[in-house]
Design a protein around this ligand. Structure first.
Ligand code: HSE
Length: 308
Protein backbone atom coordinates (compact mmCIF):
# COMPACT_ATOMS: atom_id res chain seq x y z
CA UNK A 1 0.00 0.00 0.00
CA UNK A 2 1.41 3.40 -0.99
CA UNK A 3 -1.01 5.80 0.68
CA UNK A 4 -3.62 5.83 3.42
CA UNK A 5 -6.02 8.15 5.29
CA UNK A 6 -6.34 7.75 9.06
CA UNK A 7 -8.69 9.39 11.57
CA UNK A 8 -7.99 9.70 15.31
CA UNK A 9 -10.61 10.95 17.78
CA UNK A 10 -10.79 13.68 20.39
CA UNK A 11 -10.07 12.59 23.96
CA UNK A 12 -11.02 13.66 27.46
CA UNK A 13 -8.00 13.39 29.75
CA UNK A 14 -8.01 13.26 33.57
CA UNK A 15 -11.80 12.69 33.82
CA UNK A 16 -11.70 14.54 37.16
CA UNK A 17 -9.56 12.64 39.66
CA UNK A 18 -7.19 10.90 37.19
CA UNK A 19 -4.65 13.60 36.37
CA UNK A 20 -2.25 12.20 33.76
CA UNK A 21 -3.45 8.62 34.37
CA UNK A 22 -6.92 8.29 32.82
CA UNK A 23 -8.30 9.23 29.42
CA UNK A 24 -11.30 8.48 27.21
CA UNK A 25 -11.72 8.68 23.44
CA UNK A 26 -15.00 10.31 22.37
CA UNK A 27 -17.10 10.56 19.24
CA UNK A 28 -17.25 13.81 17.34
CA UNK A 29 -14.31 15.75 16.01
CA UNK A 30 -10.92 14.27 15.28
CA UNK A 31 -7.87 14.77 13.11
CA UNK A 32 -7.16 13.15 9.76
CA UNK A 33 -3.70 12.31 8.44
CA UNK A 34 -3.05 11.34 4.84
CA UNK A 35 0.24 9.48 4.53
CA UNK A 36 2.19 8.46 1.43
CA UNK A 37 5.30 6.28 1.28
CA UNK A 38 8.43 7.95 -0.08
CA UNK A 39 11.72 6.43 -1.23
CA UNK A 40 13.64 9.14 0.57
CA UNK A 41 13.98 8.44 4.30
CA UNK A 42 12.46 10.75 6.90
CA UNK A 43 9.22 12.69 7.20
CA UNK A 44 7.92 15.54 5.10
CA UNK A 45 4.79 17.53 6.00
CA UNK A 46 3.35 18.66 2.69
CA UNK A 47 0.18 20.35 3.89
CA UNK A 48 -1.71 21.31 7.05
CA UNK A 49 -5.33 22.44 6.91
CA UNK A 50 -7.70 23.68 9.60
CA UNK A 51 -5.04 25.36 11.74
CA UNK A 52 -5.25 28.90 10.32
CA UNK A 53 -1.60 28.58 9.36
CA UNK A 54 -0.43 28.30 12.96
CA UNK A 55 1.22 24.90 13.08
CA UNK A 56 4.76 24.33 11.90
CA UNK A 57 5.52 22.19 8.84
CA UNK A 58 8.86 21.28 10.44
CA UNK A 59 8.43 17.55 11.11
CA UNK A 60 10.79 17.72 14.09
CA UNK A 61 8.48 20.20 15.82
CA UNK A 62 5.05 19.04 14.69
CA UNK A 63 3.38 16.31 16.73
CA UNK A 64 2.36 14.36 13.61
CA UNK A 65 5.89 14.62 12.22
CA UNK A 66 7.53 13.46 15.46
CA UNK A 67 5.11 10.53 15.81
CA UNK A 68 5.62 9.47 12.19
CA UNK A 69 9.41 9.59 12.48
CA UNK A 70 9.36 7.55 15.70
CA UNK A 71 6.91 5.07 14.18
CA UNK A 72 9.21 4.57 11.16
CA UNK A 73 12.08 3.93 13.58
CA UNK A 74 10.07 1.47 15.74
CA UNK A 75 8.91 -0.45 12.67
CA UNK A 76 12.39 -0.43 11.16
CA UNK A 77 10.92 0.84 7.91
CA UNK A 78 12.88 1.52 4.74
CA UNK A 79 12.19 4.90 3.13
CA UNK A 80 10.08 7.64 4.57
CA UNK A 81 6.65 9.21 4.55
CA UNK A 82 4.94 12.37 3.30
CA UNK A 83 2.06 13.66 5.42
CA UNK A 84 -0.97 15.87 4.94
CA UNK A 85 -2.54 16.84 8.25
CA UNK A 86 -6.16 17.97 8.55
CA UNK A 87 -7.00 19.57 11.91
CA UNK A 88 -10.67 19.30 12.78
CA UNK A 89 -10.65 20.54 16.34
CA UNK A 90 -9.45 23.78 17.86
CA UNK A 91 -5.87 23.99 19.15
CA UNK A 92 -5.38 24.33 22.90
CA UNK A 93 -8.98 23.33 23.61
CA UNK A 94 -8.56 20.41 26.03
CA UNK A 95 -9.75 17.87 23.48
CA UNK A 96 -6.41 16.23 22.80
CA UNK A 97 -5.75 17.91 19.47
CA UNK A 98 -2.00 17.27 19.42
CA UNK A 99 -2.57 13.68 20.56
CA UNK A 100 -5.06 13.00 17.76
CA UNK A 101 -2.53 14.20 15.19
CA UNK A 102 0.19 12.03 16.71
CA UNK A 103 -1.97 8.91 16.94
CA UNK A 104 -3.28 9.32 13.38
CA UNK A 105 0.23 9.83 11.98
CA UNK A 106 1.75 6.88 13.84
CA UNK A 107 -1.07 4.54 12.82
CA UNK A 108 -0.93 5.73 9.22
CA UNK A 109 2.77 4.84 9.07
CA UNK A 110 1.99 1.45 10.62
CA UNK A 111 -0.70 0.68 8.04
CA UNK A 112 1.66 1.61 5.20
CA UNK A 113 4.08 -1.01 6.54
CA UNK A 114 1.51 -3.69 7.47
CA UNK A 115 2.48 -3.25 11.12
CA UNK A 116 -0.46 -4.23 13.33
CA UNK A 117 0.66 -3.75 16.93
CA UNK A 118 -0.90 -0.47 18.10
CA UNK A 119 0.54 -0.72 21.60
CA UNK A 120 4.06 -0.86 20.20
CA UNK A 121 3.44 2.62 18.74
CA UNK A 122 2.70 4.20 22.12
CA UNK A 123 6.31 5.36 22.63
CA UNK A 124 6.10 7.19 19.28
CA UNK A 125 2.87 8.92 20.29
CA UNK A 126 4.16 9.76 23.75
CA UNK A 127 7.38 11.23 22.35
CA UNK A 128 5.30 13.39 20.02
CA UNK A 129 3.02 14.58 22.81
CA UNK A 130 6.00 15.31 25.05
CA UNK A 131 7.54 17.47 22.32
CA UNK A 132 4.58 19.86 22.27
CA UNK A 133 2.53 19.62 25.44
CA UNK A 134 4.31 17.66 28.15
CA UNK A 135 5.04 14.06 29.07
CA UNK A 136 1.59 12.58 29.58
CA UNK A 137 -0.15 9.66 27.86
CA UNK A 138 -3.76 10.20 28.91
CA UNK A 139 -4.70 11.73 25.53
CA UNK A 140 -2.47 9.76 23.16
CA UNK A 141 -3.29 6.34 24.62
CA UNK A 142 -7.08 6.54 24.08
CA UNK A 143 -6.62 8.47 20.79
CA UNK A 144 -4.56 5.54 19.48
CA UNK A 145 -6.24 2.57 21.17
CA UNK A 146 -9.81 3.86 21.61
CA UNK A 147 -12.04 3.53 24.67
CA UNK A 148 -10.86 4.32 28.18
CA UNK A 149 -7.25 3.79 29.13
CA UNK A 150 -5.60 3.84 32.54
CA UNK A 151 -1.90 4.61 32.65
CA UNK A 152 -0.71 2.41 35.50
CA UNK A 153 2.87 3.61 35.22
CA UNK A 154 5.13 5.71 33.01
CA UNK A 155 8.56 4.15 33.55
CA UNK A 156 8.04 1.66 32.07
CA UNK A 157 4.83 2.68 30.33
CA UNK A 158 2.03 0.38 31.52
CA UNK A 159 -1.47 0.69 30.10
CA UNK A 160 -4.74 -0.95 31.02
CA UNK A 161 -7.97 -0.61 29.04
CA UNK A 162 -11.00 -0.16 31.26
CA UNK A 163 -14.59 -1.25 30.45
CA UNK A 164 -16.97 1.66 29.97
CA UNK A 165 -20.53 1.93 31.37
CA UNK A 166 -22.87 1.32 28.42
CA UNK A 167 -25.03 4.37 29.11
CA UNK A 168 -22.14 6.80 29.46
CA UNK A 169 -22.75 10.09 27.66
CA UNK A 170 -20.09 12.80 27.83
CA UNK A 171 -21.11 16.40 27.17
CA UNK A 172 -18.25 18.57 25.94
CA UNK A 173 -18.60 22.33 25.88
CA UNK A 174 -15.69 24.18 24.31
CA UNK A 175 -15.51 27.96 24.79
CA UNK A 176 -13.91 29.89 21.93
CA UNK A 177 -10.55 30.69 23.42
CA UNK A 178 -7.25 28.88 23.51
CA UNK A 179 -5.56 27.64 26.66
CA UNK A 180 -2.09 26.24 25.90
CA UNK A 181 -1.49 22.98 27.73
CA UNK A 182 1.92 24.20 28.90
CA UNK A 183 0.26 27.19 30.61
CA UNK A 184 -2.41 24.99 32.21
CA UNK A 185 0.27 22.57 33.45
CA UNK A 186 2.31 25.42 34.94
CA UNK A 187 -0.41 26.12 37.55
CA UNK A 188 -0.72 22.51 38.72
CA UNK A 189 0.72 22.22 42.26
CA UNK A 190 3.93 20.20 42.50
CA UNK A 191 3.10 18.93 45.97
CA UNK A 192 -0.34 18.32 47.45
CA UNK A 193 -1.82 18.05 50.94
CA UNK A 194 -2.44 14.47 52.00
CA UNK A 195 -6.16 15.22 52.55
CA UNK A 196 -6.54 16.23 48.85
CA UNK A 197 -4.63 13.17 47.66
CA UNK A 198 -7.00 11.01 49.68
CA UNK A 199 -10.03 12.65 48.01
CA UNK A 200 -8.65 12.10 44.51
CA UNK A 201 -7.49 8.54 45.19
CA UNK A 202 -10.87 7.58 46.62
CA UNK A 203 -12.78 9.04 43.69
CA UNK A 204 -10.46 7.55 41.07
CA UNK A 205 -10.92 4.13 42.66
CA UNK A 206 -14.71 4.69 42.79
CA UNK A 207 -14.69 5.66 39.11
CA UNK A 208 -12.85 2.51 38.05
CA UNK A 209 -15.16 0.41 40.24
CA UNK A 210 -18.18 2.08 38.57
CA UNK A 211 -16.76 1.10 35.18
CA UNK A 212 -16.54 -2.54 36.19
CA UNK A 213 -20.10 -2.36 37.59
CA UNK A 214 -21.40 -0.77 34.35
CA UNK A 215 -22.72 2.20 36.37
CA UNK A 216 -22.70 5.53 34.51
CA UNK A 217 -24.28 7.38 37.44
CA UNK A 218 -21.63 6.37 39.96
CA UNK A 219 -19.00 7.07 37.29
CA UNK A 220 -20.30 10.63 37.03
CA UNK A 221 -20.44 11.10 40.79
CA UNK A 222 -16.79 10.11 40.97
CA UNK A 223 -15.80 13.10 38.82
CA UNK A 224 -14.24 14.94 41.76
CA UNK A 225 -10.83 16.57 41.65
CA UNK A 226 -9.52 18.34 44.75
CA UNK A 227 -6.07 18.98 43.29
CA UNK A 228 -5.92 20.13 39.67
CA UNK A 229 -9.41 21.54 39.00
CA UNK A 230 -9.17 24.17 41.78
CA UNK A 231 -5.79 25.31 40.42
CA UNK A 232 -7.00 25.57 36.83
CA UNK A 233 -10.52 26.89 37.40
CA UNK A 234 -9.26 30.48 37.42
CA UNK A 235 -7.96 30.01 33.84
CA UNK A 236 -11.49 29.35 32.56
CA UNK A 237 -13.88 32.31 32.88
CA UNK A 238 -17.22 31.30 34.40
CA UNK A 239 -16.03 27.75 35.11
CA UNK A 240 -17.91 27.53 38.42
CA UNK A 241 -21.20 28.81 36.93
CA UNK A 242 -20.86 26.44 33.96
CA UNK A 243 -20.28 23.54 36.34
CA UNK A 244 -23.24 24.60 38.48
CA UNK A 245 -25.41 24.82 35.36
CA UNK A 246 -24.44 21.26 34.38
CA UNK A 247 -25.11 19.81 37.83
CA UNK A 248 -28.32 21.87 38.10
CA UNK A 249 -29.63 20.19 34.92
CA UNK A 250 -28.92 16.73 36.28
CA UNK A 251 -25.36 15.95 35.19
CA UNK A 252 -23.82 13.44 37.58
CA UNK A 253 -20.42 15.10 37.48
CA UNK A 254 -18.56 17.93 35.76
CA UNK A 255 -14.93 19.01 35.48
CA UNK A 256 -12.29 20.30 33.08
CA UNK A 257 -11.48 18.17 30.02
CA UNK A 258 -7.71 17.65 29.97
CA UNK A 259 -5.96 20.95 30.34
CA UNK A 260 -9.11 22.89 29.37
CA UNK A 261 -10.79 25.15 28.53
CA UNK A 262 -13.34 22.52 27.38
CA UNK A 263 -15.60 21.56 30.28
CA UNK A 264 -17.14 18.07 30.31
CA UNK A 265 -20.18 16.70 32.11
CA UNK A 266 -21.38 13.14 32.62
CA UNK A 267 -24.94 12.01 31.78
CA UNK A 268 -26.61 8.67 31.10
CA UNK A 269 -28.75 9.53 28.08
CA UNK A 270 -28.53 11.69 24.99
CA UNK A 271 -31.63 13.81 25.85
CA UNK A 272 -30.14 14.58 29.27
CA UNK A 273 -26.85 15.38 27.56
CA UNK A 274 -28.55 17.84 25.17
CA UNK A 275 -30.26 19.59 28.09
CA UNK A 276 -27.06 19.78 30.13
CA UNK A 277 -25.05 20.97 27.14
CA UNK A 278 -27.48 23.78 26.43
CA UNK A 279 -27.35 24.94 30.07
CA UNK A 280 -23.55 24.95 30.00
CA UNK A 281 -23.48 26.83 26.68
CA UNK A 282 -25.88 29.43 28.10
CA UNK A 283 -23.69 29.86 31.20
CA UNK A 284 -20.61 30.52 29.05
CA UNK A 285 -22.69 32.87 26.92
CA UNK A 286 -23.82 34.84 29.98
CA UNK A 287 -20.13 35.41 30.69
CA UNK A 288 -19.60 36.69 27.14
CA UNK A 289 -18.05 33.50 25.74
CA UNK A 290 -19.33 31.64 22.69
CA UNK A 291 -18.95 27.89 22.92
CA UNK A 292 -19.52 24.71 20.92
CA UNK A 293 -21.42 21.73 22.36
CA UNK A 294 -20.72 18.07 21.52
CA UNK A 295 -22.92 15.43 23.14
CA UNK A 296 -20.61 12.45 22.76
CA UNK A 297 -20.30 8.78 23.57
CA UNK A 298 -17.10 6.76 23.89
CA UNK A 299 -15.16 6.11 20.68
CA UNK A 300 -14.05 2.50 20.96
CA UNK A 301 -11.92 2.28 17.82
CA UNK A 302 -9.32 5.01 18.33
CA UNK A 303 -7.06 5.62 15.33
CA UNK A 304 -8.43 3.91 12.23
CA UNK A 305 -8.22 3.88 8.48
CA UNK A 306 -10.95 5.83 6.68
CA UNK A 307 -12.03 5.93 3.07
CA UNK A 308 -10.69 8.41 0.56
N1 HSE B 1 -3.28 15.26 31.80
C1 HSE B 1 -2.98 16.38 30.94
C2 HSE B 1 -3.17 17.65 31.72
C3 HSE B 1 -3.88 16.36 29.75
O1 HSE B 1 -4.18 17.76 32.39
O2 HSE B 1 -2.30 18.53 31.65
C4 HSE B 1 -3.64 17.51 28.82
O3 HSE B 1 -4.55 17.44 27.75
Amino acid sequence: MDSVRVFAPATVANLGPGFDVLGLAVTGPGDVVEARRTDAPGVVIEEITGDDGRLTHDPAKNTAGVAAAEALRIIGAQGGVALRLHKNMPLGSGLGSSAASAAAAAWAVAILHQFEDKSALMPACLAAEASVSGYHADNVAPALLGGMVLIKGYRPLQLQTIPIPKKLVIVLVTPRFELPTAKARSVVPQSVPLCDMIINNGHLAAMIAACFRDDAIEFGKAVVDAIVEPARAALIPAFSTVKSAALGQGAFGCSISGAGPTVFAVCDSRPAGERVGEAMRAAFSAAGLESAVNVAVPDMAGARRIAG
